[in-house]
Design a protein around this ligand. Structure first.
Ligand code: UT7
Length: 324
């Protein structure tokens, strides 16, 4: 018998305010056409004033619990992937814990920028497989709008806000690739690339939050190659091949990166969940948001083999193979 971490519910939250590309034309030398053709983004959601990362995380968590038919008493712990916490500390996860009315268990944040949800899933999987937890809430939540430089057209048009959540529970499997749940994980980072995507502030350096800085073109060149190799590694660790994939649910940074990676993996775009046009790049929230959309649209079904991959600041990147 093998313990597997199986998805029991998925939920999402997007802030009410939708901002189309044309909005940026009012104050920047940019165009809807440039943003669409270079990134695939058409619009994004921005959090309202006073609406913080933890607020969005709580909405997504409630939706995931509702879909699973579970309450907070059924949950042993909460992991939140975010690079835009409400405060330096306490963690967003402990805020979510108290907002949900949960007074037991544990909660902590995971910071791996756009790869954060993959890293959080890897941690959650390890906690469940080792028997330390039976059921966990894993949330990706970001308010990147708060760390954007509105004068930098190369970054501010790309990001959006939102949150997505999964409930993962322990289930008995056969130890084969046909099991439901997380089948393999591949994590990587290389800090030599840290100047490709970073925030130019922080607690121990400037004492301020800082703004996003990105060498988009150099990062783009790294992205397709590293996403393809991490996906191949995760598939091979699970004893699976490209052909076995029902859905790629990728980090949503750029449609050209998504399409380039799918092509290298030999998966047609009809089997890729794409939300970048609606959400922009929501960093650690993009994968759970895309999973929630895939389920809501009736595409992702029980038993489907899914691969999720992401890359972001660090660089940090990775992939998870799971059967829904
Ligand atoms: O989630 C974390 C991972 N993130 C990523 O992986 C992002 C990776 N990078 C990208 O998605 C793309 O590199 C971008 C969408 C950021 C940019 O696309 P690109 O095709 O790499 O464009 P570029 O940076 O090479 O810029 C091309 C031109 C430049 O002008 P010149 O130097 O050719 O005259 C830029 O100044 O486009 C210009 N430009 C813009 N023009 C209109 C840059 N931003 C804009 C803009 N509107 N918003």
């Amino acid at each position: 018998m093998t313990i597997r971490a199986v998805v029991e519910g998925v939920g999402q939250y997007l802030p009410e305010r939708i901002v189309p590309n044309a909005w940026f034309e009012e104050f920047l030398d940019t165009s809807d056409e440039w943003i669409r053709t270079r990134s695939g983004i058409e619009r994004r959601h921005f959090a309202a004033e006073g609406e913080n990362t933890s607020d969005m995380a709580v909405h997504a968590a409630r939706a995931a619990l509702a879909q699973a038919g579970l309450g907070v008493d059924d949950i042993d712990g909460i992991l939140v992937a975010t690079s835009t916490p409400d405060m330096t500390f306490p963690s967003v996860a402990t805020m979510v814990q108290s907002d949900l009315g949960m007074t037991h268990g544990f909660a902590f944040d995971v910071q791996a920028v756009c790869a954060g949800f993959i890293y959080a899933l890897a941690n959650a999987n390890a906690l469940i497989v080792s028997g330390q937890a039976k059921r966990l809430l894993i949330i990706g939540a970001e308010t990147f709008s708060r760390i954007l430089d509105w004068e930098d057209r190369a970054t501010c048009v790309l990001f959006g806000d939102g949150a997505g959540a999964l409930v993962l529970g322990a289930a008995e499997g056969e130890g084969t690739k046909d099991d439901r749940g997380i089948l393999s994980v591949d994590l990587n980072s290389d800090g030599r690339y840290r100047d490709l995507l970073y925030v130019d502030g922080g607690v121990s350096s400037t004492g301020s939050a800082g703004k996003v800085r990105m060498k988009g073109n150099a990062l783009f060149r790294q992205a397709v190659e590293k996403l393809t190799s991490t996906a191949e590694s995760a598939l091979s660790a699970a004893g699976l091949k490209d052909d076995d994939i029902n859905w790629i649910v990728p980090h949503q940074a750029n449609i050209r990166i998504i399409a380039g990676t799918a092509k290298k993996l030999g998966v047609p775009m009809s089997r890729v969940i794409v939300t970048v046009q609606e959400h922009g790049n929501t960093s650690a929230a993009s994968i759970p948001l895309a999973l929630a959309e895939g389920v809501a649209q009736g595409k992702i079904k029980r038993g489907d083999l899914i691969i999720s991959e992401a890359i972001g600041g660090g660089l940090a990147w990775g992939a998870v193979v799971l059967r829904w």
